[in-house]
Design a protein around this ligand. Structure first.
Ligand SMILES: Cc1cc2nc3c(=O)[nH]c(=O)nc-3n(C[C@H](O)[C@H](O)[C@H](O)COP(=O)(O)O)c2cc1C
Length: 406
């Protein structure tokens, strides 16, 4: 049985499609899964806890503030005692709550408290599904690592309505459950990949530092894309304001030297992708005390010293990964510089991008922005990719890495 021993927590939202959940429960149980259910109060307007409980042979949870349930299991245990959380039907309302991190009822509190993978099967009127708010919520949830199945196109339960918004059929949801619960598959399964991302901070004194405009968006997106292809991804991140990518082991560092040490400790690996904008220089000596302004004294001068070159160090390392990919941020002669770097750093691929403010990419340029335009420079030549979102660059690069490691 495909799902023998697996525990599925099914959250049933308040949509017409809730009736299909009765069949979904049967299908999951036929395959050996244990199914526990949470029903929103709206869901109970469509199907009854009695029917759901009869099919799951388990207590059905409906209320965040039920004293008995809270004593017996508690919403936090409920959120964790599952291999997979499935939301079906995922109403517009539940998606919005989950995207916002609201926790005002049992279903949304469990979605916020869970550390388990989440699969949503949206079902709603086509207008609701097409609404920019729902689009945004779907994007946010996908970025948080939520998987989706459906919705499909077709006739809606309401007469005279058709379009995209029908919940996926129970057997389609079962297939998505099986896929989500399968051992990590994908072309990069079993591959260990080290990724660096973000800027570094180089301390001047206890309160000041030298930094750069890197946001970490490109590196984090690459780490997530590699993980989606099944890789065991270790991300070494400089100080960033974005969250750790889903499915990735993230290590936080501040300075170039800390990043270097963290990367060294993570070798050997099958591939290394060095996206971080590592400071080339750091102040020669970090002052123990805050530098004070002094009357009539000239401004202090900062003496700089070179930082370790992490990409070159790994490119020439005795434990060199089979594939070494470096990023090169340039403001002029992008491809020329990348070509020179390829040999000097011992990299297989240099992903070069133009980070000048007038590069024409996005409103604010590449650094800190959402879009990127890159050139891939390798022994095979130069490949120019059109401007696209950083997520698309990440997905394409991850696919290329999978091909190179195959
Ligand atoms: C007859 C009827 C059908 C509904 N069908 C849906 C639906 O398919 N999808 C949806 O997102 N909302 C639907 N709604 C609206 C939700 O029930 C409503 O937004 C509710 O607050 C959702 O609560 P929940 O997300 O806690 O389950 C429907 C409402 C009614 C009255």
């Amino acid at each position: 049985m495909q799902l023998a021993g697996k525990r599925v927590l099914l959250i049933i939202g308040g949509g017409i499609a809730a009736y299909k959940c009765l069949d979904l429960i049967r299908r999951l149980r036929e395959r050996g899964a244990a199914v526990r259910c949470i029903m929103t109060s709206a869901a109970q307007a469509f199907i009854t806890p009695l029917a759901v409980g009869a099919l799951t042979a388990e207590h059905v949870f409906t209320d965040l503030f039920d004293r008995q349930d809270e004593q017996d299991v508690g919403h936090i245990r409920l959120a964790r005692e599952a291999d997979l959380v499935v939301v079906a039907p995922a109403t517009a309302d539940l998606m919005a709550k989950a995207a916002q991190g609201l926790a005002g009822d049992l279903a949304s509190a469990v979605l916020l408290a869970t550390d388990r993978p989440v699969l949503m099967a949206p079902a709603m009127n086509p207008r609701m599904w097409a609404h920019p708010a729902t689009r945004r919520n779907r994007e946010t949830l996908a970025g948080d690592g939520v998987r989706f199945v459906g919705p499909n196109s077709g006739e809606m339960a309401e007469t005279g309505e058709a379009g995209e918004g029908r919940m996926a059929e129970p057997l389609e949801i079962v297939a998505a459950v099986e896929e989500a619960l399968a051992a990590p598959a994908g072309p990069l399964a079993g591959r260990r990949i080290v990724v660096t991302s973000g800027p570094t901070h180089e301390a001047i004194d206890p309160v000041r530092y030298i930094a750069n405009r890197s946001s970490g968006r490109q590196g984090h997106a690459i780490a997530a894309a590699l993980a989606r292809l099944g890789a065991d991804v270790h991300l070494v991140s400089g100080p960033v304001a974005i969250s750790d990518p889903p499915g990735v082991t993230t290590l936080h560092v501040e300075s170039a030297r800390q990043m270097h040490a963290a990367v060294e400790a993570l070798l050997p690996a099958d591939a290394g992708v060095f996206v971080a904008a590592v400071a080339d220089w750091r102040p020669q000596a970090e002052r123990a005390e805050k530098i004070k302004k002094q009357k009539d004294k000239a401004a202090p001068t900062l003496a700089l010293t070179e930082n370790p070159d992490i990409l070159a160090a790994v490119g020439h390392h005795e434990k060199r990964p089979r594939l070494v990919v470096g990023f090169a941020a340039e403001t002029a002669d992008v491809v020329e510089h990348a070509r020179a770097k390829l040999a000097r750093k011992g990299a297989d691929i240099i992903v070069a991008n133009d980070v000048s403010h007038d590069s024409g990419v996005g409103p604010s340029g590449v650094m800190g922005g959402a879009r990127n335009r890159v050139h891939l420079v390798s022994a095979d030549g130069v490949e120019a990719w059109p401007e696209m979102s950083k997520e698309e660059v990440a997905a394409r690069l991850a696919a290329l890495i999978a091909r190179r490691l195959a």
